[in-house]
Design a binder for this molecule. Structure first.
Ligand SMILES: NC(=O)c1ccc[n+]([C@@H]2O[C@H](COP(=O)([O-])OP(=O)(O)OC[C@H]3O[C@@H](n4cnc5c(N)ncnc54)[C@H](O)[C@@H]3O)[C@@H](O)[C@H]2O)c1
Length: 313
């Protein structure tokens, strides 16, 4: 059993990861200010005595230091996600995504944490035409969010180099699955599409729908994080976490329409600022460094996600 801290543990990815860690018998502390996360995300089918929830902000250094006490592994998921939100409010998102990450790294370094596993973002690649995206490509952030997440990644690398703190940064590519919020102004496309289709409303597509993404089911992300925890050593690497397959929004909608059995036509609206056109990961490094392979493909992941949202209704 290990002592682990999941920042942002009440969010979509953090809560799924927390549940997997608890199931494995680890002692999990969640640090979350519930700005986008929800308490109900931390209510699992089973009651786990080894779950501790600390309602604090990663922008506050003292809270970060206290949350690290006795911790061996930190899964740093807390952030204000959404490209759109960062375009509207670059300052607040910078404070959480960049400065909050620096707080976490300093607190981890100073309390003798063994390893920090950081949720970075594929948005760092920007709109460079070359596909698939390889980690050694020069980043070209197109939004404050992309830049802030990349700054976090660079801090992780530096903390490994300068202070010997073991870190690894995962560039997540469009993650989806149960517990992803469909109702926020900044919700991701899959929960928005599912919510619209099951309610017989037209899903909204920004742009012509031919933009594509490497949609990745949550279990693959949890799997990568667990592999990073047991890896012999990490050295500040950046690693793509994805499926290695590209699907356009129009194709995605078609798959979801077939699964749900609802064929409401979409509404096409203006493209959004800061969005990239195409995204596809090269996942060779994840294989080489962690022996990572995606476990669940997009169709199976979408079926499971639809099932979850239907049961919520
Ligand atoms: N979902 C994706 O497709 C995706 C893709 C790339 C990267 N990521 C990264 O993965 C991580 C998790 O994303 P998610 O989709 O689960 O988002 P989410 O919004 O569901 O979760 C983020 C969590 O962080 C918490 N949080 C926000 N600000 C905080 C603060 N100041 N102090 C403490 N807690 C705070 C929120 O309350 C929430 O519980 C983020 O770092 C995000 O940038 C996600």
């Amino acid at each position: 059993m290990s002592y682990v801290l999941v920042t942002g543990g009440a969010g979509f990815i953090g809560s799924n990861l927390t549940e997997a860690l608890l199931r494995m018998g680890h002692q999990v502390r969640v640090l979350d200010n519930f700005s986008t996360g929800k308490r109900e995300n931390l209510v699992f089918g089973e009651v786990y005595p080894f779950l501790e929830v600390v309602e604090r902000d990663i922008c506050d250094m003292t809270s970060c230091q206290r949350a690290m006490e006795g911790i061996e592994y930190v899964f740093h998921q807390a952030a204000l996600p959404s490209v759109q939100r960062s375009v509207e409010d670059p300052l607040t998102t910078h404070q959480v995504n960049a400065e909050g990450t620096l707080n976490i790294l300093i607190a981890a370094r100073d309390t003798g944490v063994k390893r920090v596993i950081y949720a970075a973002s594929s948005s760092a690649y920007g709109d460079t035409p070359t596909l698939p995206k390889k980690e050694e490509m020069v980043p070209k952030p197109l939004s404050p969010y992309a830049l802030q997440k990349f700054i976090g990644e660079e801090y992780c690398r530096l903390f490994s180099q300068l202070y010997g703190l073991e870190t690894i940064s995962f560039r997540y590519f469009n993650i989806f699955g149960p517990k992803q919020d469909p109702n926020s102004l900044y919700s991701a496309v899959i929960p928005r599409f599912i919510d619209a289709l099951v309610s017989n409303r037209p899903p909204v597509i920004f742009g012509d729908g031919e933009q594509s993404r490497d949609f990745t089911y949550i279990d693959n992300v949890v799997h990568a994080n667990l592999l990073a925890m047991v890896a012999e050593r990490t050295r500040g690497e950046t690693v793509n976490v994805a499926c290695g397959r590209r699907v356009s929004l129009n194709q995605l909608l078609k798959i979801l329409q077939d699964i749900i059995g609802s064929h409401v036509s979409p509404l096409y609206e203006e493209p959004r600022k800061g969005d990239v056109r195409h995204s596809l990961a090269d996942i060779k490094r994840a294989k080489a460094v962690l022996n990572y392979d995606p476990k669940v493909g997009i169709e199976e992941g979408l079926s499971r996600t639809v099932e979850f949202f239907k049961n919520m209704k």
